[in-house]
Design a protein around this ligand. Structure first.
Ligand SMILES: [Fe+2]
Ligand SMILES: [Fe+2]
Length: 171
């Protein structure tokens, strides 16, 4: 969200829509970045995890479109500078050379940062939707949140395994 742009946050609904537009943009940027990360990943479980999350992210976009519909709005994006920045940072890995396991660890680190952002964003949105009594909106957002949490757990598990293997290999 462009925090310093002058916007009129006159109601919780305005804020909710504003943040959904932000996350709608974020999810689309992530959907574009993930296939590149899958291509770059060396270890098979990591590649598979990225590929699975591409499909899940497409579903996140679809659910956000349903949320727009429930709120009587056309889906619209507004630049999520946070995820744009995270992806730009992650791009540095695209041109990196070096040890395969270390490159995979860099991909995992980038993915974990993004998942944490998404989780924080969904948690905030759910709090607002619940306060507004928007049960169906809350339910859709919770489905996305649960998948983000699972994706983060999977990244952590793969990351730990890779780190242990690298540590053993370097002894
Ligand atoms: Fe997502
Ligand atoms: Fe995600």
């Amino acid at each position: 969200m462009g925090l310093f742009s002058s916007k009129n946050l006159d109601s919780l609904e305005t804020l909710l829509i504003d943040q959904i537009e932000d996350l709608y943009d974020a999810e689309q940027r992530i959907a574009q970045a993930l296939p590149k990360m899958a291509e770059l990943a060396h270890c098979a479980p990591l590649k598979a995890a990225f590929e699975q999350h591409v499909r899940e992210t497409q579903n996140h976009i679809g659910r956000l479109e349903q949320v727009f519909q429930l709120l009587g709005r056309e889906p619209s994006r507004h630049t999520c500078y946070a995820v744009k920045g995270l992806i730009e940072e992650g791009q540095e890995v695209l041109s990196a050379t070096g040890d395969e396991c270390v490159i995979d660890a860099a991909l995992i680190a980038a993915a974990q940062r993004t998942e944490h952002y998404e989780i924080a964003a969904y948690e905030g949105l759910i709090t607002m939707a619940d306060a507004m009594g928007e049960a169906k909106v809350s339910e859709l957002l919770t489905e996305n949140l649960e998948q983000e949490r699972k994706a983060l757990t999977k990244m952590k598990t793969i990351g730990k395994r890779l780190a242990n293997d690298s540590a053993k290999a370097s002894v």
